[in-house]
Structure formats: structure tokens, C-alpha cells
Design a protein around this ligand. Structure first.
Ligand code: DGJ
Length: 534
């Protein structure tokens, strides 16, 4: 990977040199890995998605003013927005790029990046976004047959015609993106939306039954490292999990082929998003969306769909134990952590920092625009200012240090914390220094009771031996040296980064530093802290 990164740097240099000369191409965004950590590279440097996803029916030109107003109010740097297959290919083989072109042009005007969501064969387990002409051909675009022979409102992953149709449309879409977007406004593409099936663990149609009775593909047995002999059937190899694993393989295979075809045209980073099963006490497969990239089948998805760079959790779990467990399950050595959807309610925003603490490359609440829809009880209760404020605070805190935070996280130098009830004090260990975060403390108040509700968040990154970048809300941060000596604030500067250089606007001293640490309330403040001892 290191070699790849050096090569990348050279390529980036070459590209920026030629961009200077010709006034055009920037490097294609990509996800890179080093020492087990990931970065999303945008314009040749690590980038952190401070995202917002609009509502499902908001990606029409007439709706966009209501979307951009939300992006601006939120201080988000990236809009996640659907592209509808039904709109893109109104007649077979005839492509309408007007909607996506408008979105890209307007994103440039708003200086925002885009993650485009390919709503096609799967949308939340159903197939409601396939074009009208496809809906009128159920023999080519069949739904799943349930165990009792009833038709389930979910596309069968076993139709070659459906695969070819989706794959051709997606290829045309990516081909168009490549030609339209030399400026790299689009930084990632989501392939399908929450693929899988609600209401049946798998397809029981005759075609699926035949495959299910056949052998498990050898590559899957190998990837999972099972002891099943070559040629073993699904039931023999996987026992009670056979139905679910068969469906996961079938869906992932389909999505992976669509992604691979698109990447062949234009290799942007791609991901699939998961409707999670309960991360702590999952029930049986018929209680969640079977076949999607749920935590128990990530290995199957990795083997079946290598063109996908990320398998990403849509986290709507309302209690933080489940939220944190979901982060843990998806931040794997073979999978970058990206939260492409999450709830917008008051308890969620601080957990953006829990995601950052696990190396997330992006975080994005769902349902943020002014089109007057609400996904209550899952999403934003309403677009009221006080409901948005905690997300705005996150992005105001992170935007001025976004590139540095992404880079430092990639380099393993960043730690972050989100407050938990009963855990006001959290320690971030940097070796020669410990950063001690006390949520709820501030000014001359050094209480360890925490905030009345857990809303605190903190980020600390090591810039040098005795130098740190710090931002936080609703808490105090102090440092203790490993030597046991006493900490001295040599210099504390408030400021932000401009083109990679820290620009201080003032020095904190006196009351701001003399009472047991650095205090943060609801103001977005980034500090560069130089420490000494005495
Ligand atoms: C998850 C889906 O991926 C979104 O498109 C949307 O339907 C939300 N659920 C609604 O809560």
C-alpha cells in the first residue's frame, strides 16, 4: 500500500502539474489504505465527508433550492443525493442526464461535493425505482418468491435480464460522469440503496431453488475459510445460515457486477449501504433485511463484490451502545468506516465524534432538506433551527480543520470522544501525553457530573511531540505528561487552517487557560496547543 501511496503522490504531482498546464484534470477520488487505516482522497489529499443526505424525492431540479438551503445552513461540505434509474433511462437505452447535470452544476456553484446514490434495482429492499418500461416486464424483472409461494415486493437477484439492464444503465451513468465531472465534484457513488429483502430470507423461485441445491462457489468457501468440502451444497456448508448466506451471496454478486461495470467506465470509490440488524442482539434473518451487507455477512459481501470499496452502516439505532457497536462492527481492517446515513435527532450528533474516533472517512445524517417531508420517528423531527443546531455545531467545529483531521486520522494521530451518561471523564492516551476530557466542566467549574444530557464531544490530534490540535464542545480538556511532571501551557492559539497552514486569530491565556484546562461550550473553536512541563 505504501508503494501505492508514493505512486499516488507522484501521480498527483504529475496531474497537478498537467492540470496547471492545461487547466483541467484533478486526480480521481479514491480510497487508500496504510497501516490498517483508510483515507478518502479528494484532490490528492485526505478528505472528511461532513455530509447531509436529502430526502428520497428531493433530487429533482425543482426541489434543489430547498436542498441547497439546508446544505448551507448546516455547513455541510458534501451532499448525498439520489440519481433515479427511472429518470435516467426513461426509455430503454435512451439516457437523460439533465437531472444529474443540474445537480453537479449547482453543487459547483455551492462549492459542495457530491455523493451520488444510484437508486436502481434495490431501494430499501424493493424495486420501486426501476423505470416504468421495466416495471411493465415482470418476467424480465421478477420479484422474489417467498417460502410459501407468495410474491414478495423485492427484486430477485437471479434475473440475468435485470442485471444486464441495471448494469448497462449504471455504465452509461458512470461514462457520463467521467465526461461531465473532470472537476471531481462527485467523490463517491453508492450502488443501489439498502439492497436485500424484507419479508423473505431468500428467493424460493424455481431458478433460485436450482442454484440453492447446487454447490457453493469455491471462491466463497475459500474466502470464508470454511471446512466444507469442495462441491458442498449451501445447506451442507452453512446449515441454519444457508438461506441467508445464499441470499447475501446472490444480492452481493448482482450489486458487485453493477459496481464493477460502472468502475470500468470511471473508477470512483463505490459503496453499498446496509439496513442494519440489531448490532447487539440480532434476531433471526426474517426479522431484518436479509441479504444486505449486515454485520454477519460482511465477509460474503467482500468476496462477492470486490468492486465495492466500502460496506457502510446506516445507523438509526437510538441508544448509543447500539450505535457504538455498529461503528465497531463496520470499522474493520478490510473495511473503511463510513456512516452514509444516520438519524438527525438530538442524541445522534455527538456520536459523529465516536465515528471519528474509529477512523471514519465520513458521517452524514439523513433527511436534511426543506421539502417538508419528515421520516419521524427515525429521522429529523423537523427542520427547526434548534433541531439542526447540534449538527451545525459539529460541522462548524470540523470544517476549519477538515483536511488536517482527515490526514491526522489516516496517520493514526487523532482521537475523539463523545460523552456518555455516567462517563463524564474520558482519557485519550497519546503516549508521552494524556488528554483528559471532562464533559460538563468549564471555566472555573471542574465538576465531573457531566452535562445534564450527554451532548459533549471532543477531538484531539497530535501535531508534534508536545503539540496538539484540539476542538470540543460542552467540556474541558487538559493534558498530563507521562513523566509525572506538571503541565505547562506554553502557547494556546485559536485559529483555523488555510491551505494547510494554521492561521491563529488570538492566543488563549489568563482565565482561558488558568483553571484546570481548556473550556469549550457551544462555540466552534479550534486550538493549537504547545505544551511544556515544569
Ligand atoms: C434508509 C434508506 O436508505 C433511506 O433512503 C430512507 O428510506 C431512510 N431509511 C428513511 O428513514
Amino acid at each position: 500500500m505504501k508503494t501505492k501511496i508514493c505512486f499516488l503522490a507522484v501521480t498527483a504531482l504529475f496531474l497537478s502539474a498537467s492540470a496547471g498546464a492545461q487547466g483541467q484534470t484533478k486526480p480521481i477520488p479514491e480510497i487508500v489504505k496504510k497501516d490498517g487505516r483508510y483515507a478518502l482522497m479528494v484532490d490528492g489529499a485526505p478528505y472528511l465527508i461532513l455530509g447531509a443526505q436529502c430526502h428520497n424525492s428531493s433530487a429533482w431540479p425543482a426541489m434543489l433550492p430547498k436542498v441547497w438551503r439546508a446544505i448551507e445552513n448546516l455547513h455541510a461540505n458534501t451532499l448525498e443525493i439520489p440519481v433515479y434509474w427511472e429518470q435516467f433511462e426513461p426509455e430503454p437505452g435512451k439516457y437523460d442526464t439533465s437531472a444529474v447535470d443540474t445537480i453537479i452544476d449547482q453543487a459547483r456553484e455551492h462549492k459542495a461535493r457530491l455523493v451520488l446514490l444510484w437508486f436502481a434495482t434495490w431501494k430499501n429492499g424493493s424495486s420501486h425505482y426501476i423505470p416504468l418500461w421495466a416495471k411493465r416486464q415482470p418476467e424480465k424483472f421478477p420479484r422474489i418468491v417467498g417460502k410459501n409461494g407468495h410474491i414478495v415486493d423485492s427484486p430477485s437477484p437471479h434475473s440475468t435480464a435485470a442485471l444486464q439492464a441495471d448494469l448497462s444503465a449504471f455504465s452509461a451513468f458512470m461514462r457520463h460522469l467521467k465526461q461531465k465531472d473532470a472537476g471531481r465534484t462527485v467523490i463517491m457513488v453508492q450502488v443501489e440503496n439498502e439492497p436485500g429483502t424484507w419479508g423473505s430470507v431468500r428467493d424460493y423461485s424455481p431458478a433460485a431453488e436450482k442454484l440453492f441445491a447446487g454447490p457453493v462457489p469455491q471462491e466463497l468457501l475459500k474466502a470464508l475459510g470454511t471446512t466444507a468440502p469442495a462441491g458442498a451444497t449451501w445447506a451442507a456448508a452453512f446449515g441454519p445460515n444457508a438461506d441467508e448466506y445464499f441470499h447475501a451471496w446472490s444480492v452481493a454478486r448482482f450489486v458487485g457486477q453493477v459496481a464493477a461495470a460502472g468502475k470500468k467506465e470511471y473508477p470512483l470509490p463505490m459503496y453499498a449501504n446496509a439496513a442494519l440488524r440489531d448490532p447487539i442482539s440480532p434476531g433471526p434473518a426474517n426479522t431484518y433485511e436479509s441479504g444486505g451487507p449486515t454485520d454477519n455477512v460482511l465477509g460474503i459481501w467482500k468476496a462477492a463484490a470486490p468492486a465495492l470499496d466500502v460496506l457502510a452502516p446506516d445507523i438509526y439505532q437510538n441508544d448509543s451502545a447500539r450505535y457504538r457497536k455498529a461503528l465497531e462492527l463496520y470499522a474493520r481492517p478490510d473495511n473503511p468506516l463510513l456512516v452514509p446515513e444516520t438519524g438527525g435527532r438530538a442524541g445522534y450528533p455527538r456520536l459523529c465524534f465516536a465515528a471519528l474516533g474509529r477512523g471514519a472517512i465520513g458521517w452524514s445524517p439523513f433527511g436534511l432538506d426543506y421539502t417538508s417531508y419528515s421520516t419521524e420517528p427515525q429521522g429529523m423531527p423537523r427542520m427547526a433551527e434548534e433541531a439542526l443546531a447540534p449538527i451545525v455545531l459539529n460541522y462548524q467545529m470540523l470544517a476549519p480543520i477538515m483536511r488536517e483531521a482527515a490526514r491526522l486520522n489516516f496517520e493514526g494521530k487523532l482521537q475523539a470522544a463523545a460523552e456518555e451518561q455516567g462517563q463524564a471523564r474520558q482519557t485519550l492516551d497519546f503516549g508521552n501525553w494524556k488528554a483528559v476530557v471532562t464533559f460538563g466542566a468549564g471555566g472555573r467549574n471542574n465538576s465531573t457530573n457531566g452535562n445534564p444530557t450527554p451532548i459533549g464531544r471532543a477531538l484531539v490530534a497530535k501535531l508534534g511531540e508536545n503539540e496538539f490540535l484540539v476542538t470540543a464542545a460542552y467540556g474541558k480538556i487538559d493534558f498530563t505528561p507521562a513523566t509525572g511532571a506538571q503541565r505547562d501551557f506554553l502557547r494556546v492559539e485559536e485559529g483555523s487552517y488555510e491551505n494547510g497552514a494554521f492561521k491563529p486569530i488570538r492566543i488563549w491565556n489568563g482565565d482561558e487557560t488558568d483553571y484546570g484546562g481548556l473550556s469549550f461550550w457551544a462555540a466552534p473553536q479550534a486550538l493549537r496547543v504547545l505544551l511544556g512541563t515544569y
